[in-house]
Every structure is written in C-alpha cells, then in structure tokens.
Design a binder for this molecule. Structure first.
Ligand code: NAD
Ligand code: UDP
Ligand code: UDP
Length: 323
C-alpha cells in the first residue's frame, strides 16, 4: 500500500537519496525544503515522477498537510553552514521539531528525527553507545547544532510520553556520498574537490582526530528500516560505519584514489572539534538487523566519480560562458 510520506530537508544530500529510494519503493513523497543548503538540482530528476511533489517551506513555520509518515531531516549539517546563522540553526532544530511533532500529533503520523552523533560531543566513552549521555559544550560555536539536536530529541521523547506520538530517533554518524555540496566544508567533499583540482589538502590540526564514515546508501537503508519498526521501537539508534580512520588516513586514501599531486597542509583545529568518533552499532544490529556494507575505499570511488563529473560540468559551463 502506498503511503503518503513527508521528507523535510528532502532537497539536501541525504534527503534527496531518501526521496529517491522511497519513490522506487512506490511511496507517495512530499519533499519540503527551504533550499538553505540543499538544491533543486538534487531532486531535479524526480520532478516528473507522479509520486513526487516538492514544496518550498521553512520548518520553523507551521505546516498543515495530511501525511502518514514524516522523516524530519531539515537542518544544515556541515559546521560551516550551521555556524553561518547559528540562531536560525537552533530554531530549525527546535521550532522545526515542535512544528513537525505538532503535525504528527494532529494527523497521527509516525515521525522520525534525524539526530546526530554530535549529541555525544567530544566523547569520553569510545565507541559511543546510545546509553552515553555525551560531553557537549553548551556555549561553544558547535552548540547551536549539538544542543539544538539534543533539544529536538527531548521534544520527541516528551511528545511520545505526553501524547503517545509514534516516534523514531536515529543518531547519524558522518555520512558521505554523491550529492554532497562541494562547498559545504565537510572533510570528505573538501578533500575530494581539493584533490581533483590539484589544490592543497587542508588538514585541520595534526590529522590524528578520527571519524567513521558511512556511505549514504547504507544510511538510507537504516532510515527506512527504523521507520518500519513497531510502535515500541523509538530509538535512539546509532547508524554509522564502525570502521574508524584518522583524518590523515582519509587524506592519503583520497590522494591515492584520485592520483592527485596535491600536497597536505595543516590548518588550525576548529574549537570543540571532537577528537574521536565511532558508533557502537549493536542496537542497530539487534533492532533493525542493520550493518553497513560499503567499505570506505569503494564508497570514495563512487563519490570521486560524482565530483569529477560535477567539476567537469562546471568547467565546461565556465568555458562556454567565457566564449
Ligand atoms: P544537507 O545540508 O545537505 O541537508 C539539509 C537540508 O535541510 C537542506 O536541503 C536544507 O536546505 C534543508 N533545510 C535547512 N534548514 C531548513 C529549514 N529551516 N526548513 C526547511 N529546510 C531546511 O545535510 P545532510 O547531510 O543531508 O543532513 C540531513 C540531516 O541529517 C540533517 O538533519 C543533519 O543534521 C543530519 N545528519 C547528517 C550527517 C551527515 O554526516 N551528513 C550526520 C549527522 C546528522
Ligand atoms: N503544527 C503544525 N501543523 C499541524 C499541527 C501543528 O505545523 O498540523 C504546529 C503548530 O505551529 C503548533 C505546533 O505544531 O504550534 C505544536 O503543536 P501542538 O498541537 O503540539 O501544540 P500547540 O502549540 O498547538 O498547543
Ligand atoms: N577537517 C579537516 N579538513 C577539512 C575539513 C574538515 O581536517 O577541510 C576535519 C575536521 O576538523 C574534523 C573532521 O575533519 O576533525 C570532520 O569534519 P567534518 O566537518 O566533515 O565533520 P564533523 O566535524 O562534524 O564530524
């Protein structure tokens, strides 16, 4: 049976892959986005599909539609973008959650929140299980994102306890893949774009900090599996790839896979940058029978191919404009 599904932030990196997968599964998708970090281009190929509809809307304002499922993904995710207008970032997480939960409550929809590994902050427990409460600076430059997402989780659990709202909370760890915004400053897109352009690869700090990178298709699989669980499964559930790499190792992998002559340069480490991050995914295994499939090297090959095309298109357009 086709379900009416709302995807907020559907024109973003993860959202556009999710919309695509839902449509392929025969669902009726309403994508809403304010295009702050997403773009119409990410969903251009879906526009002609009869099961797809897109609407410009900001989740900090109320939304009255009739749907059965809500994936709440709207929120800038890269530090550069969420720190650009930090007050709006908190509003997006908090007012956005209240509006989408109010909507879910009114229409009795099941609602999933895209939370983040950032709720663990700079963690003292490694790897991070869902039971860890985190170590977040409440007044730093990352707080608008981290605390906004933490407050959104609180709201989800309070709507669940107070109103019986059918909630799911997923904690997403660093995700990468095609359709990442080339200018959003995240490490995977930065390194690939720098390597393809032959520019210096910018490592912040000594490069010994770690992250665990999940390919977008694996993540979308986790999102859909969690949405399909019964009412009693609320999460929070970690979804991420437990293979952990230093940022220096990532830079070397990108240089070798692109065959680039780029050199590594070091820049200052941003404030409150977590030193290590790796998900404990035993709950995802138990509740969702989920585990990531894509190895970093293979995922990077797909992502490099995407950026290579994108940069060639941009170069072609620039040369045509110059003629
Ligand atoms: P993205 O920036 O590509 O996508 C976010 C989308 O939300 C964009 O299309 C943007 O225009 C839209 N948006 C932002 N503010 C909005 C608002 N007020 N109203 C409506 N739309 C708004 O980022 P992404 O990587 O696709 O992230 C999607 C979600 O997953 C976010 O909630 C993010 O916090 C979460 N997440 C992502 C990662 C990751 O590594 N990519 C990690 C943890 C959590
Ligand atoms: N809301 C919405 N769409 C709906 C229902 C509610 O956007 O279909 C918003 C509305 O702005 C409201 C918020 O969700 O303020 C929270 O709704 P709730 O019913 O929980 O509380 P209210 O503020 O209405 O008492
Ligand atoms: N980083 C880096 N060079 C870059 C961009 C990021 O060394 O050009 C580092 C950043 O300091 C952090 C890690 O890579 O330690 C991941 O950064 P990203 O912004 O992708 O995600 P997050 O910090 O939110 O996990």
């Amino acid at each position: 049976m086709t379900k009416k599904i709302l995807v907020t932030g559907g024109a973003g990196f993860i959202g556009s892959h999710l919309c695509e997968r839902l449509i392929k599964a025969g669902e009726d998708v309403l994508c809403i986005d304010n295009y702050f970090t997403g773009s119409k281009k990410n969903v251009e190929h879906l526009l002609a599909h009869p099961l797809f509809e897109v609407m410009r809307h900001d989740v900090t304002f109320p939304l009255y539609v009739e749907v059965e499922r809500i994936f709440n993904l709207a929120c800038p995710a890269s530090p550069v973008h969420y720190q650009f207008d930090p007050v709006q970032t908190t509003k997006t997480s908090v007012h956005g959650a209240i509006n989408m939960l109010g909507l879910a409550k009114r229409v009795k929809a099941r609602i999933l929140q895209a939370s983040t590994s950032e709720v663990y902050g700079d963690p003292e427990v490694h790897p991070q299980p869902e039971s860890y409460w985190g170590r977040v600076n409440p007044i730093g430059i990352r707080s608008c994102y981290d605390e906004g997402k933490r407050c959104a989780e609180t709201l989800f659990f309070d709507y669940n306890r107070q109103h019986g709202t059918d909630i799911k909370v997923i904690r997403i760890f660093n995700t990468y893949g095609p359709r990442m915004n080339p200018n959003d400053g995240r490490v995977v897109s930065n390194f690939i774009v720098q390597a393809l352009r032959g520019q210096d690869i910018t490592i912040y700090g000594d490069g010994q900090q770690t992250r665990s990178f999940c390919y977008v298709d694996d993540l979308v699989d986790g999102l859909i599996r969690l949405m399909g669980t019964s009412h009693d499964v609320t999460g929070p559930v970690n979804i991420g790839n437990p293979d952990e790499f230093t940022i220096l190792e990532l830079a070397s992998a990108v240089i070798s896979l692109t065959g680039s002559s780029s050199k590594i340069v070091h820049k200052p480490l941003p404030q409150d940058d977590p030193r290590q991050r790796r998900p404990d995914i035993s709950m995802a295994d138990k509740e969702l029978s989920w585990a990531p499939r894509m190895k970093l090297k293979d995922g990077l090959v797909h992502t490099i191919a995407y950026f290579d095309n994108l940069l060639s298109d941009q170069a072609l357009r620039a040369s045509l404009n110059a003629d």
